[in-house]
Design a protein around this ligand. Structure first.
Ligand SMILES: Nc1ncnc2c1ncn2[C@@H]1O[C@H](COP(=O)(O)OP(=O)(O)OP(=O)(O)O)[C@@H](O)[C@H]1O
Length: 312
């Protein structure tokens, strides 16, 4: 039985300009014990999908089940199996950290949870903040509390919606060590993130969303194998010749060009030389998940394809 099963999920919002389709026919099973990543640019539909999973929003069509429990008709059982770390920092400011975690335990009918709460505080570097009022905590500390709060009832499935957005390197490392440990012990993890380096390092399988469509679903290793094998990277202040600029990824002075083999790289360097482009800090690196992501996102999506077809 899958840990999470999304079956033909669509979601539309009613807006003043008519129906807006945030998700279109998403079907996806996440198996028990997987570390699964959900990727996509801003507005792709990731948070909407997670809200439907957590029972916070209703799908317009389709159904979602958690360990076989339907999130609508069997909400309590589905919710107990999930530990959801939301993107937004929302708290009751009147309680301290330990009180917040005890209250959350009570919400799941768990009393005498202090041993596990202490363990959570320890692993999330919060032990010395146990008695601090939530109002006194920094944004990064609050995010740690959100993670602890999601885990008080030892859920078998952990859902993290951009848990490292705007947090420092130390928290990221602490958090990932802890989550990776829980995953090794059997927890299923569903993660959304814009940090593709983290997704590449942690997730064994990935889905990519674009405009509410699922545009990729594969093992991380398979997605990486699809990428061009190398990337030629250099800095320049000069304009690139047209042939190269069409395929280049440019960030400020940094230019990155996909290259299948050594001949490709030689051809690119010759074209730069012939065009009189002065380059600095030249290096060749292996293609990574960011390259794959940008390639997938650059493809025309179904809607664009339809528009293109009708334009031909
Ligand atoms: N209540 C709502 N009413 C109308 N449109 C909405 C509503 N909630 C979300 N949307 C729209 O649905 C789309 C998907 O939003 P969602 O928050 O799921 O994206 P996301 O992939 O999580 O983005 P981000 O990476 O920015 O968090 C967006 O275009 C958003 O504006």
């Amino acid at each position: 039985m899958p840990a999470v099963s999304f079956q033909s999920i669509s979601k539309s919002f009613v807006t003043p300009r008519g129906a807006f389709h945030a998700l279109r026919d998403i079907s996806l099973d996440i198996e028990e014990g997987e570390f699964f990543g959900l990727l996509g640019p801003n507005g792709a539909g990731k948070t909407t999908l997670i809200s439907i999973l957590a029972g916070l929003a209703r799908a317009t069509e389709g159904r979602v089940s958690v360990l076989g429990h339907d999130v609508q008709s069997d909400f309590a059982a589905a919710r107990r199996s999930l530990g959801v770390v939301p993107q937004e920092l929302v708290f009751d400011p009147f309680f301290n950290v330990r009180e917040t975690l005890r209250l959350q335990s009570g919400y799941f009918g768990i009393s005498n949870n202090d041993d596990w709460i202490d363990e959570l505080l320890h692993h999330l570097g919060l032990s010395d903040k146990a008695d601090a009022n939530l109002r006194q905590l920094s944004g990064g500390m609050k995010r740690r509390v959100l993670v602890a709060q999601a885990l008080v009832h030892k859920p078998p499935i952990i859902v993290l919606d951009e848990p490292t957005a705007g947090v420092d390197v130390e928290l990221r490392q602490t958090l990932w060590q802890f989550i990776a440990r829980l995953n090794k012990q059997g927890s299923t993890v569903l993660l959304t993130t814009h940090y593709l380096e983290e997704a590449e390092a942690l997730c064994t399988r990935l889905a990519m969303l674009k405009h509410g469509h699922m545009v990729a679903l594969a093992k991380t290793s398979e997605l990486l194998a699809q990428a061009s094998t190398n990337v030629l990277r250099f800095k320049t202040d000069d304009a690139l010749p047209a042939l190269l600029s069409a395929q280049a990824r440019v960030t400020g002075r940094i230019v990155q060009l996909p290259a299948q083999n050594a001949q490709d790289i030689e051809r690119q360097l010759a074209a730069l030389r012939d065009a009189g482009v002065r380059v600095e800090d030249v290096e060749i690196r292996k293609a990574d998940l960011e390259d794959v992501f940008l390639n997938v996102m650059a493809r025309p999506d179904e809607q664009d394809a339809q528009t293109l077809e009708s334009a031909i």
